[in-house]
Design a protein around this ligand. Structure first.
Ligand code: ADP
Length: 611
């Protein structure tokens, strides 16, 4: 979704858009309501109390002064008693009022915490449903950043302001009815003087929001720089290449640019705010003169004089507070629109429901598969075809960027082909139930995840259903040739890996790969094993061991192996050479050697290196 409101050619449309933004009040209230009903009800009730009592306090003030004046004139004990009684009542009402204000603050701070968690959960839940393509799309990332940055505070702020609006309206109506006894003009004057400030506030809110929106990429870059500077996995390189100062400089530059824009806006905002508040002060004193003249003329009592002054002054600040609330609600809505834009991002429904194929012995077929990454112009795969039967092993060879990983992404349905078909057991991959499909595949990607969990959990992650089952961990590490070094660890499977948390142990690259390999074997029900350069970091001896193992334990499974080491590639039943996304050669090691083309050339080259 592009930001239509910024480019709308018709002012009327802009207004409509602004109005429709207020729809988020309802949604915010709903969100708060589902977060905690009791607190929401409490907040609503306290708001009512806090809205009605201030006018009562003003009215009691009038009664007190009139009673005092009367008591002074008549000098009776009863007169004094009446005045003191009013005073007592006012004290109680004020105590209740401040209690309700405190209660509102309490409810709000509890709700703030709950709501922050709730919104974060919503965002995380949403991100679970997203495609890989979303995560690789920078525009989408900006959307997510914007949603995450302000979204946990804005809904409550919006609800607070909505309730504040109700409270202020109640106060204002009660003030207004008191002031109306003085003059209708005074009421109108009070309202008119607040409008310019309101218009200014709303305009500034819009500008601030546009700034915020435009800045998402910069903010993201800032976060990224923070990560580079502060994360252990980057620390080694950043230190050795002495990139620290340069990165920090970039970080500062971004901040300074953002700050100078913010400062300008804040200064202008506060200047206008001051000028417009002068207008309110002028109106106040004009009315003051008027009320005082009425009192001197004896047309109103001394009690009336104080009440009207209080009511006018408070009414004025309540009314401008009310308008500021409306402006603030508008601002909150703008930010909330970000959140909902993210939460409502369309996720294509996974369409397949099939749990089995018609030809269970057919294995995997690629039929003229082509694929271009979104936003890219050159295809990553062109017309790729092959057939892998159950039990067979396919090795894919090719330079970096030739499309090997892309092929795996298509097979695991992280992406879907633009043309051609991929069949599993005689059924198009698109028809398969995604979970069933993915359960059948055990995969290690080149950039597999190094979970900062225990060894056991790192292996168990291969099959969440059996995540905690130690006997399965043993079996998997056995197959993944990681058993010997796991046994040597101080706490065995309970040893925490990585350096992020206390007591964590860092592994070598090769050891991590063996852990990842074990993770793939943890998926014991998977009959397709995909290994994307699983042994690039292990030594040659270990690699031979891994592949002998692999052959032994995967006799009935299909395996797709990506490797740059021809000594292991040659063991595969089929070898496929990819060049720029196209299949150049395909066959067994012997066939390809006989053909004497690229494969034979590369094989001989590498073999010569070992002689
Ligand atoms: P290989 O695994 O053989 O090294 P890949 O399959 O990762 O190669 O990449 C094939 C081509 O697709 C490369 O030109 C690469 O730049 C491009 N590519 C890979 N991933 C993406 C992506 N997420 N978005 C756009 N292009 C990509």
């Amino acid at each position: 979704m592009k930001t239509a409101q910024n480019r709308s050619p018709f002012p009327l449309q802009g207004v409509q858009k602004s109005l429709s933004l207020f729809q988020y009040c309802g949604r915010a209230i709903q969100l708060v309501w589902t977060t905690d009903r009791l607190l929401t009800i409490g907040l609503a009730l306290l708001t009512l109390i806090a809205g009605l009592l201030p006018a009562l306090v003003a009215y009691l003030g009038k009664l007190i002064i009139d009673a005092v004046v009367l008591a002074a004139e008549t000098n009776t004990l009863r007169g004094q008693w009446v005045a003191l009684q009013y005073l007592g009542i006012e004290a109680i009402v004020v105590a209740v009022l401040s209690g309700s204000q405190q209660g509102i603050a309490l409810c709000q701070s509890l709700l703030r915490v709950l709501l922050g968690q709730k919104v974060n959960e919503l965002i995380l839940e949403k991100s679970l449903t997203l495609d890989l393509a979303h995560f690789e799309d920078s525009e989408f990332y900006d959307k997510m950043t914007r949603a995450r940055r302000e979204a946990s505070t804005r809904p409550l702020s919006l609800v607070g302001r909505t309730f504040g609006l109700v409270k202020d309206t109640l106060s204002l109506v009660t003030y207004g009815s008191l002031l109306l006894q003085f003059s209708l003009w005074a009421v109108l004057l009070l309202m008119l003087a607040a409008i310019p400030a309101f218009i200014a506030e709303t305009r500034f809110a819009q500008v601030a929001f546009r700034l915020f929106r435009r800045r998402a990429p910069e903010t993201r870059e800032q976060h990224y720089l923070e990560t580079l500077l502060a994360r252990e996995d980057f620390a080694m390189e950043v230190k050795l290449y002495q990139l620290g100062e340069m990165l920090l400089d970039r970080y500062r530059t971004i901040f300074n640019r953002i700050y100078s824009e913010d400062r300008d806006l804040t200064v202008r905002r506060s200047l206008w705010s001051y000028l417009l508040s002068l207008l309110s002060t002028a109106t106040f004193y004009a009315t003051y003169v008027w009320i005082v003249m009425e009192a001197i003329g004896g047309r109103i009592s001394l009690g009336d004089l104080t009440m009207y002054l209080v009511v006018f002054r408070q009414g004025q600040s309540t009314f401008s507070g009310l308008l500021t609330s409306v402006g603030g609600m508008y601002e909150d809505s703008l930010y909330l629109s970000n959140l909902y834009e993210f939460l409502e991002e369309e996720v294509p429904e996974s369409s397949g429901y099939a749990t089995y194929g018609h030809l269970p012995d057919d294995g995997i077929r690629f039929e003229n598969v082509s694929f271009t990454y979104p936003g890219s112009t050159t295809p990553a795969l062109k017309n790729v075809s092959f057939h892998l039967r159950p039990g067979e092993k396919l090795a894919i060879v090719g330079k970096n960027g030739s499309g090997k990983t892309t092929l795996i992404k298509l097979l695991t349905r992280l992406y879907s082909p633009d043309a051609g078909r991929i069949l599993l057991d005689g059924r198009d991959l698109q028809e398969w139930d995604l979970e069933v499909l993915q359960r059948r595949i055990g995969v290690i990607f080149q950039n597999f995840v190094r979970y900062q969990f225990t060894v056991g959990e790192n292996v168990g992650a291969g099959d969440v259903e059996f995540f905690d089952e130690e006997p399965r961990w043993w079996l998997a590490t056995e197959k993944g040739t990681a058993r010997s070094f796991v046994e040597e660890m101080p706490e065995g499977f309970q040893t925490r890996l990585g350096r992020w948390f206390k007591g964590g142990r860092e592994l070598s690259g090769g050891q991590w790969q063996k852990i990842a390999l074990s993770r793939a074997f943890m998926r014991s029900r998977a009959d397709i094993l995909v290994l994307d350069e699983p042994t690039s970091a292990v030594d040659a001896e270990a690699e031979v061991e891994i592949f002998n193992q692999l052959r032994a334990v995967t006799q009935h499974q299909m395996a797709i192996l990506i490797s740059h080491r021809f000594s292991t590639v040659r063991m595969a039943d089929q070898i496929m050479v990819l060049v720029n996304g196209e299949v150049l050669e395909q066959g067994t090691h012997e066939e390809l050697m006989q053909a004497g083309e690229q494969y034979a050339r590369l094989f001989t080259l590498q073999a010569a290196g070992y002689r």
